[in-house]
Design a protein around this ligand. Sequence first.
Ligand code: ZN
Length: 405
Amino acid sequence: MEVAKVSMLNDLNTFSNNYSIRVKIVSISKKMMNNNKNEIYRLDMIFMDEMETMIQASCLHKMLGKFKEFLQLDECLLITKPSLATNKSSAKYTKRNDKISLYFYTSVEKCFDWSGPKYRFNFVNLKDVVKNKFEVNTVIDWIGYVDVCFNLEDTSKKDGSKGKRLNLRLEDIEGQKCPLTLWDGFAIDMFAYMNDKKREKYVVILCHFGMVNLYKGKRGVANGFELSRLFIDTDIKEISSFRKSVEDEFLNNPDFMLIGFLGTISTTKKVLVVGTITAICTNKLWYYNGCNHCKSGVEERFVTKENPDGLSDVYHEKLLVCTNDKCEGVDIYSIPRFKIPIRVQDSSGIVSLTLFDFEAYKILQKTAKELVSIQDQVENYGISMATNDDEILSALCTKFNLNQV
Ligand SMILES: [Zn+2]
């Protein structure tokens, strides 16, 4: 048999089929027969070569008997004489408009000397997603930790079948938050993990071949179609290094401050304090009406308008207006958000802080009404991130030599 030359995916052309490719199956999904949901119609895959180039690939049911044992997720293969077909699938997982097809003259064997990477992620910046820099339904890789996880919901699909939806809020190292929606199997797996008592405190989630999503008028991220892969606290280097950065955010914050010295700061800056919540101030409101777009406060304003019926001269209309000049929101409505005034004490003093929104939700898991407080306000600072994780707190105490109960 003639020996076919190993080609890179970037060099493939339609002039000849007489070549081999060395690829790793980085995603795989089964499409079942329309008339028989137990029988596979086609395997759809994404192949990656050793230069990290990706291409979509498929194998029709007639050829499965020959190749099925090789076509497993994360398998590395040497494929000789594949065919190059037009990629007609609606979801574009790669920029190419062709795909590999395994056909009658193709042969497949395991590749034991794979020199490419295990995974090749191309993470988007969550800020770019939120700021509408991507079209909805663009295939992307995303990573973040779970800031908030809401309840699993039932959905009805266009074809009448039932599904599941899970809304979450993702956050990156820069503190950028982004709505996350997971569907069906991905939603069910994630919700089960979030409710697992043995899970990590900071849940890091990564999606390979995920998607830019539009939910209630806002851009966010989601799992994509069948070829998406979700990694939840999986032991891979991208997740461990992300986790380390999240924990460092608390442990290695360079501007740790004793509460007694907060008064020496003259400019706006982020600092880390470690203390005990001793009181909730009940003389101040524990929530505010926030803009649905930017979270700034909203105000009701009366606007005078000319009456369209022309009978009476003018009329007054009550309008919700965002107090943030830079807010780009339209059709603004208000959402009550936590703004809980608390007193926090360490060995050097006591200070008034404000627990905003989800930081409050995460720690208290009940309303401020249930808590009692007594102290007056002296100084007031905002909180950008809070933790009640025992390990982090004890690490902080050791690090900064704090010996408080
Ligand atoms: Zn706003």
